[in-house]
Design a protein around this ligand. Structure first.
Ligand SMILES: [Zn+2]
Length: 153
């Protein structure tokens, strides 16, 4: 018999334990720029809403659908989702501030969050559905702790 972890598939929103899912308010939430980018951005850069980042695949989750299975290797390491942060998402957090993975790891339903590389964070979150996992990522990016209060000197 396979160990339980190997049978895991992403729960559906009817069977998950997410604290929140993507909703209109969250999708419309506009993210401030990180301090490191404020100088370069100029003033005519339009603000970025979370929904826009998701539409442009700057924020993503794998597996993306309920019933989906993660990479077997990932499961063996005890993770369920890999979350994706693209280049445009990077404009909204500072490397010197609290890491996005740290904030993410404090969300209900996420037992562990590990920065895999610059663009990927792995999470151990067996009871979250893909939508809820993406929501947690979006909320972490909206958390002011991931940005410095002012630009570094
Ligand atoms: Zn859910």
């Amino acid at each position: 018999m396979w160990p339980f972890s190997r049978q895991w598939t992403a729960p559906s929103p009817q069977h998950c334990r997410c604290a929140r899912h993507l909703d209109d308010a969250l999708l419309a939430t506009v993210l401030p720029r990180a301090a490191a980018w404020l100088h370069e951005a100029g003033e005519d850069v339009p603000p970025t809403a979370i929904g826009s980042l998701i539409d442009h695949e700057e924020l993503g989750v794998e597996p993306p659908e309920p019933g989906g299975e993660p990479d077997e290797e990932l499961l063996e390491e005890g993770f369920h989702y890999s979350l994706w942060l693209g280049d445009a998402a990077r404009l909204h957090y500072d490397d010197e501030a609290t890491p996005v993975a740290t904030v993410l790891g404090q969300h209900r339903g996420i037992r562990k969050a590990q920065q895999e590389d610059r663009e990927i964070i792995l999470i151990k979150a067996p009871r979250l559905c893909p939508d809820g996992a993406l929501t947690a990522l979006a909320l972490s990016l909206a958390d002011p702790r991931v940005r410095l209060a002012r630009a570094p000197d």
